[in-house]
Design a protein around this ligand. Structure first.
Ligand SMILES: Nc1nc2c(ncn2[C@@H]2O[C@H](COP(=O)(O)OP(=O)(O)O)[C@@H](O)[C@H]2O)c(=O)[nH]1
Ligand SMILES: [Mg+2]
Length: 196
């Protein structure tokens, strides 16, 4: 019991905290992302998920960090509250539905609002997920870069990456990349780089 208490204490208070904020338009797949990660690391959970209106939260220890993940609602009225999370964000995971090309411009415009906001740190790393890549009509990553290169320039000057992801893919299916855990790992590596 004592050991357990000590471990929980260590996880919460002694590990460096990584705040990972998950943003993106409504229906991009943010909550599915968080739920996938939560089910994968449920044994490491140090605080239970708290479903509240417009936001979900998970905290667990992972790769030397006490990670705190926030998934904030993407509907227009919730987007107005995104800025409350900027100052604390250690890394941003920005989720886009790559199968819904009708909303990519809107998604990139909302991303621009985030990364150009004064409260959003100039060196906060950004992982841009072209999500729902399991869907056949999803826009391939190269086509995305070619088509939206100009809007992507908004990420110049900070640590960033573009990944094709799917919440449906498990590590077994795509060992190297593509799972949301690969996106999480990139974010953790980027937080480590930023701390150096
Ligand atoms: N095919 C597919 N569907 C997904 C994926 N991620 C989310 N969805 C579906 O897209 C819808 C919106 O997902 P949700 O996680 O609620 O989006 P949120 O509004 O950004 O939190 C739901 O019907 C999900 O099942 C994905 O990677 N692939
Ligand atoms: Mg959601």
């Amino acid at each position: 019991m004592f050991h357990l208490t000590r471990r929980v204490y260590h996880d919460i208070f002694e590990k460096p905290v990584g705040h990972i904020t998950i943003l993106g338009l409504d229906s991009a797949g943010k909550t599915s992302f968080l739920n996938h990660v939560r089910s994968k690391f449920h044994q490491n959970v140090i605080q239970p998920i708290m479903p509240t209106l417009g936001q979900n939260f998970a905290a667990f220890s992972y790769r030397g960090f006490a990670l705190k993940l926030w998934d904030i609602g993407g509907q227009e009225n919730f987007r107005k509250s995104w800025h409350h999370y900027y100052a604390e964000t250690s890394a941003l995971i920005y989720v886009m539905d790559s199968s819904d090309t009708s909303r990519i411009t809107e998604g990139l415009s909302a991303l621009k609002d985030v990364v150009t906001a004064e409260a959003f740190g100039a060196h906060v790393p950004v992982c841009l997920c072209l999500n729902k890549h399991d869907i056949e009509s999803a826009m391939p990553i190269e086509e995305f870069k070619e088509t939206y290169g100009e809007q992507l320039a908004v990420l110049d000057g900070r640590d960033s990456t573009l990944m094709a992801t799917s919440s449906l893919w498990t590590d077994d299916r795509t060992p190297e990349s593509g799972t949301v855990v690969a996106a999480l790992n990139w974010a953790v590596d980027a937080i480590k780089r930023a701390k150096k």
